[in-house]
Write a protein that binds this ligand. Structure first.
Ligand code: MG
Length: 201
């Protein structure tokens, strides 16, 4: 199982990162050891600026390569929410030096994931999601604001990487990313339904 993450898929987030809008989806991978299935995230000592990025996550349900956009919807039927934790200080150093970001993105427990999966068919064209930090809303997103749709992402990714059953795609974060500190609590919602709670320890 692999985890593919999309960068800069919301205009407002690209702007807050002072990054240009992508012409094609930007992606990177996290190892399976990044998945965190408990509600406690232990702040790593190697970073002083771990930031949350709340994202919709889709699960691939069959193997596929070179998937046409018109068939992409048949490759996933469920979604949930996850956090793409990012060591922003390490990422900035990598970017400055033109180096890969894996150290900032792929560390252990950097991908908390809800254990509740929702059916895509229950949502028409739009999925609304949000994140609170210590009960204050910090991120709000909607699939209608995505630069590249789920189907476009699957079409693009599968040109380069064979997608397999169980693979996860983190589909990008809206604006409002920010730092977490020990003692903070993050809660992620689809509509009004809480799917994920993470305590920073
Ligand atoms: Mg992200």
């Amino acid at each position: 199982m692999k985890i593919i993450c999309i960068g800069r898929n919301f205009v407002d987030h690209a702007k807050e990162m002072n990054a240009p809008l992508p012409k094609r989806p930007i992606f990177f991978l996290k190892p399976d050891t990044a998945i965190l299935r408990t509600s406690n995230f232990y702040h790593p000592k190697f970073s002083n600026n771990i930031q949350y990025e709340c994202e919709l996550v889709i699960k691939i349900n069959k193997v596929g390569k070179n998937i046409q956009e018109k068939f992409a919807h048949t490759y996933y039927s469920e979604f949930t929410l996850g956090i793409d934790f990012t060591a922003r200080d390490l990422q900035s150093e990598c970017k400055k030096s033109g180096l890969p970001w894996e150290i900032a993105k792929g560390f252990d427990s950097s991908a908390p994931l809800s254990d509740r999966w929702l059916k895509i068919e229950d949502y028409k064209n739009e999925i609304q999601f949000s994140l609170t930090k210590n009960n204050q809303t910090v991120q709000e997103g909607n699939t209608s604001q995505m630069i590249f749709s789920f189907n476009q992402l699957i079409c693009h990714l599968s040109k380069y990487i064979t997608l397999k059953k169980g693979d996860l795609i983190f589909t990008g974060t809206p604006s409002g990313v920010g730092k977490v500190d020990i003692g903070d609590t993050l809660e992620a919602f689809v509509g009004n339904e809480k799917l994920l709670k993470i305590n920073i320890k």
